[in-house]
Design a protein around this ligand. Structure first.
Ligand code: NDP
Length: 328
């Protein structure tokens, strides 16, 4: 029998947590033959709700679920952790400045980085979902000096999946026909969904669309503002699709991406494509042997350059803010 993999989920009692935990326990995060030990972290006021979710996990009698433990202490929650999904974050309140939001999140992600450094397993992989995800990941990473920096990722897979569907609908094809789409930059309104290197049935997707105005004025804003559109429609945020994207990200990170395709993931830059080293930016990425590699050698035209630069500039500013606050 396989040794169980320890998965720590923060913000476990929240909306995304509720959509995520059952899928992890059913084997969709790592593979259908990998048993899972869940360690849930919540703030003290939400521990009782997390216990309720754990009762439901029990009631599913998942064959792969080895155990569920609930904590309000980060050091305990990350002990022996192989995969960490950092979902809990401080939501932006009305009128809150970006600096205040980053500071509040520093109070969450700094101690979590320290706890991962102190107690996680040697192979730990960390995916940050809680916003602002890229900079929260940077804060955690900078407080885990003994963990390789590239083990800290931020999620742009939901943006990637959203872009795949918008493009498939426009072209009247299946998402299975589309390859090599890219989300660049920050998981924010400045993100850049790039179809200039994407392929549809082997042909260039941007050429197949043949409508620059659609790309600029419909596709890019629709993908970037999809979260708000969903809140408007369902009266609640896109928790299930966010959870789904977290599953996709970790599954591919651990098990590899398909040949002849790539996906989008945010991890520390090595300086490629003009993204300053260390900035946690989304790139076109393949996963091989459990590590992300940036897809190299893509030609970036002026249109794409401007958008990548704008999103990366936002990430640089966020980094500078958390530096000034002493959080990295
Ligand atoms: P959700 O579970 O809906 O969201 C959690 C985080 O994910 C938010 O930062 C949210 O960002 C982000 N997110 C990323 N992508 C998406 C998406 N597509 N749709 C929606 N959210 C997205 O929040 P809840 O308020 O329901 O739950 C949060 C839980 O976290 C609470 O139970 C709280 O107690 C807990 N918490 C735990 C902490 C800890 O374990 N130490 C620390 C802080 C909170 P955005 O706000 O931008 O939508």
């Amino acid at each position: 029998a396989q040794v169980p993999v320890t998965v720590t989920v923060t913000g476990a009692a929240g909306q995304i947590g509720y959509a995520l935990l059952f899928r992890i326990a059913s084997g969709q995060l790592l593979g259908a033959d990998v048993p899972v030990r869940l360690r849930l972290l919540e703030i003290p006021q939400a521990v009782k709700a997390a216990e309720g979710t754990a009762m439901e996990l029990d009631d599913c009698a998942f064959p792969l679920l080895d155990s569920v433990d609930i904590f309000d202490d980060a050091n305990q929650a990350f002990e022996g952790c192989n995969v960490a999904l950092l979902v809990g974050a401080r939501p932006r309140a009305k009128g809150m400045e970006r600096g205040d939001l980053l500071e509040a999140n520093g109070g969450i992600f700094k101690p979590q980085g320290e706890a991962i450094n102190a107690g996680a397993a040697a192979d730990v992989r960390v995916l940050v979902v809680g916003n602002p995800a890229n900079t929260n990941a940077l804060i955690a990473q900078s407080h885990a000096p003994d963990v390789p920096a590239d083990r800290f990722n931020a999620m742009t897979r939901l943006d990637h999946n959203r872009a795949l569907t918008q493009l498939a609908k426009k072209l009247g094809v299946s998402i299975n026909d589309i390859r090599k789409l890219t989300i660049w930059g920050n998981h924010s309104a400045t993100q850049y969904p790039d179809i200039f290197h994407a392929e549809v049935g082997g042909a260039n997707a941007a050429k197949a669309v043949g409508d620059q105005s659609w790309i600029e004025n419909e596709f890019i804003p629709t993908v970037a503002k999809r979260g708000a559109a969903i809140i408007e429609a369902r009266g609640a945020s896109s928790a299930a699709s966010a959870a789904n994207a977290a599953i996709d990200h970790v599954y591919d990170w651990v098990n590899g991406t398909p040949e002849d395709d790539w996906t989008s993931a945010a991890f520390p830059s090595d300086g490629s494509y003009g993204v300053p080293e260390g900035i946690i930016s989304s790139f076109p990425a393949v996963s091989r042997n459990g590590r992300w590699e940036i897809v190299r050698g893509l030609d970036i035209d002026a249109f794409s350059r401007e958008r990548i630069d704008a999103s990366v500039q936002e990430l640089v500013e966020e980094r500078d803010t958390v530096k000034q606050l002493g959080l990295v």
